[in-house]
Design a protein around this ligand. Structure first.
Ligand SMILES: Nc1ncnc2c1ncn2[C@@H]1O[C@H](COP(=O)(O)OP(=O)(O)OP(=O)(O)O)[C@@H](O)[C@H]1O
Ligand SMILES: [Mg+2]
Length: 446
């Protein structure tokens, strides 16, 4: 008699990218599921199509259960591509950032009269991951380990618990009967441990899209065999500052000034001149808030500000971004420029969508200035984590980097300087957490 196929998996539901691990066929160990062609990770993005007469490649239909029309969606790279290629519809990204906020239960308009609740966007995305994984596995997957940041929400335990509860509810709605959670940086430590040849203390730095998470973990070949690892986890701590915040900083420093951010307004009758409010620019530079600016009331609010702008071109550009829905394209330019700088080039921001010949430049010095305070806070969080573990910096043997934002050497150099005696080790930036969650799932459910 053959044993039934194991029915557990592990999901790294990231702010920017996600991955799912399943047990290897017939043997021990776990594998990451190819999600789009050969890619083992996929952008956490969903594109809802609103013109069913012109659908992009890769679109999938979800039959409606209520009075709403059916939904046509694509996921991951296909979603981003559909958006960039100008198909009619709405792109959703950074949905994880909504967990723990009041937006979770709210409905966002899709633009064709229908709407979708934010929590249902997350559920739909998780369901898509599970469907792909079950097709690969050839059997149902009923148990899941989900990664979670150390804090979904900083300094607010009630909202943090609500965030995890919402994610759990989404996983249940998808059909997972058992849902367990593990901190993302601890999962990364398990991945590091696979290659550890001696016992050591590792500080994991998982710097992704939404959070910078740290943990101090005692790892080693013998310890890896144990199921109960609570004593080896010496501290975990995190801060809600990471790649999407860097994009916001870059945007506020290089794009938004061209739309009037940071300029003085014209004095209105009997009042003093005040700087133009920065609120709208901050929202416009924040992935998960961009859609809120397209609501008619907010567009009207911006339209009414016209007399306040000293430079009418700034106001025209801002209004164009809202009416032509260019917010995500601008945020994409900020992210691309940041990555170009991280890879050692100068970043050029192409703003010709907004106005002919409009460009902005970003170099390493500008990026350093824009990210300086955020990086200070991230380094301070790493140092706090080590203090919470009751250790001194020099007691850390290895510094393990994972998460897409560790591509920024101006960030990893600062962390290395703070733990100068630790050996720096670079993991798989995008897959370490999912691999480690898989190892944890195998110990828990295997
Ligand atoms: N080469 C690079 N240099 C700097 N940043 C990069 C690079 N490549 C990707 N990024 C950034 O990494 C982030 C995504 O990293 P990752 O996929 O690890 O995040 P995530 O797991 O989705 O987020 P989180 O773990 O915070 O929920 C994005 O902000 C992206 O801009
Ligand atoms: Mg991550």
């Amino acid at each position: 008699m053959t044993a039934p196929a194991p029915s557990f998996c592990a999901i790294d539901f990231g702010t920017s990218n996600s991955a799912i691990a399943i047990p290897n066929q017939g043997g021990s160990g776990m594998q990451l599921v190819p999600l789009e062609g050969p890619h083992l990770t996929m952008p956490t993005a969903v594109f809802y199509c609103t013109d069913t007469s012109d659908l992009p490649p890769g679109v999938l239909r979800e039959a409606s259960t209520g009075p709403q029309p059916d939904l046509w969606r694509c996921f991951g790279r296909a979603a981003v591509r559909a958006y960039i290629e100008g198909y009619e519809g709405r792109l959703m990204r950074s949905m994880k950032s909504i967990l723990g906020t009041a937006l979770v239960e709210q409905t966002t308009e899709l633009g064709n009269g229908s709407g979708v609740r934010y929590i249902d966007i997350i559920t739909g995305y998780l369901r898509h991951l599970r469907t792909l994984a079950e097709a690969r596995h050839g059997a149902p997957l009923n148990h899941v380990v989900l990664g979670r940041p150390v804090y979904f929400v900083d300094d607010d335990p009630a909202r943090d618990a609500q965030a995890q509860a919402s994610l759990q509810q989404a996983a249940r709605a998808v059909g997972f009967a058992d849902v367990a959670f593990q901190f993302e940086p601890i999962a990364a430590a398990f991945d590091f441990e696979q290659h550890a040849t001696r016992e050591q203390i590792v500080l994991v730095a998982d710097i992704g899209g939404g959070t910078s998470d740290f943990s101090v973990v005692r790892v080693g070949p013998e310890r890896a065999q144990r199921i109960e690892r609570r004593d080896d986890i010496l501290a975990s701590h995190g801060v809600h500052i990471a790649g999407t915040d860097f994009d916001r900083r870059v945007s506020l420093a290089s794009i938004m000034p061209l739309l009037g951010h940071g300029t003085m307004g014209v004095a209105q009758a009997g009042e003093m001149a005040l700087p133009i409010s920065s609120r709208i620019y901050i929202d416009l530079a924040t992935w998960h808030l961009i859609n809120t600016l397209y609501q008619p009331a907010r567009v009207a609010e911006v339209r009414a500000l016209q007399p306040v702008y000293a430079n009418p071109v700034h106001h025209q550009r801002l209004l164009k971004v809202l009416t032509a829905r260019l917010g995500h394209a601008l945020a994409g330019q900020a992210e691309a420029a940041k990555i170009a700088v991280a890879e050692g080039h100068d970043g050029s921001l192409d703003l010709t969508l907004l106005e002919r010949d409009l460009h902005a430049e970003l170099d390493a010095t500008h990026t350093e200035q824009a990210l300086h305070d955020d990086i200070d806070r991230i380094v301070a969080c790493a140092q706090d984590t080590v203090r919470q573990a009751g250790l001194q910096a020099q007691q850390i043997d290895a510094l393990y980097f994972t998460g897409g934002s560790t591509g920024l050497t101006l960030l990893t150099d600062r962390l290395q300087a703070a733990f100068a005696t630790a050996t720096p080790v670079r993991g798989d930036r995008l897959a370490s957490v999912a691999t480690g969650l898989g190892l944890h799932a195998a110990r828990l459910f295997g």
